[in-house]
Design a protein around this ligand. Structure first.
Ligand code: ZN
Length: 122
C-alpha cells in the first residue's frame, strides 16, 4: 500500500462558542491542511495519484474557506469551526471530489500552527 499526501494553506478567522477566553474571541489562523490518500496500484508512470490533481481538488475545497470568517459560513453557523470539525468538513468535501478514483482519501490533518492540529478519518 502506498500513502501519498499534499499540503495546502488557507487563512481564516473563527471563534469557538462556549469555550471561554481567549478562543471565544474572533481571531485568525494560517491553517495548514494535509490530505492523505492510499492506493494499492501505481499507474504506468509509477504514480498513485498525480500530486497536481490532488492539490487542485484540495485547493478548490479550501478556496471556499479562505479569507472568510468561518463562523459566518453555512457549514459552521451551528457547529464550532474547531480544527476537528474543519478536518471532517474538508475530508467530506474532498472525498466527494475524488470520487471512486484509484486513490482513496483516508485522512485529513488540519493544523492551526506547527505544533498542534487535529486529523479526521472515517
Ligand atoms: Zn483558533
Amino acid at each position: 500500500m502506498f500513502e501519498l499526501h499534499v499540503t495546502e494553506r488557507f487563512s481564516a478567522a473563527h471563534h469557538l462558542r462556549g469555550y471561554g477566553d481567549p478562543c471565544e474571541q474572533v481571531h485568525g489562523h494560517n491553517w495548514k491542511v494535509t490530505a492523505f490518500v492510499e492506493c494499492e496500484r501505481l499507474d504506468a508512470v509509477g504514480l498513485g495519484i498525480d500530486f497536481r490533481v490532488l492539490r487542485r481538488h484540495l485547493r478548490d475545497v479550501l478556496a471556499d474557506l479562505d479569507h472568510r470568517d468561518l463562523n459566518e459560513t453555512s457549514w459552521f453557523r451551528e457547529t464550532n469551526p474547531s480544527a476537528e470539525h474543519l478536518a471532517r468538513h474538508i475530508f467530506e468535501r474532498l472525498a466527494g471530489r475524488l470520487g471512486g478514483g484509484p486513490a482513496a482519501l483516508v485522512r485529513v490533518l488540519v493544523q492551526e500552527g506547527d505544533d498542534s492540529g487535529a486529523a479526521y478519518r472515517p
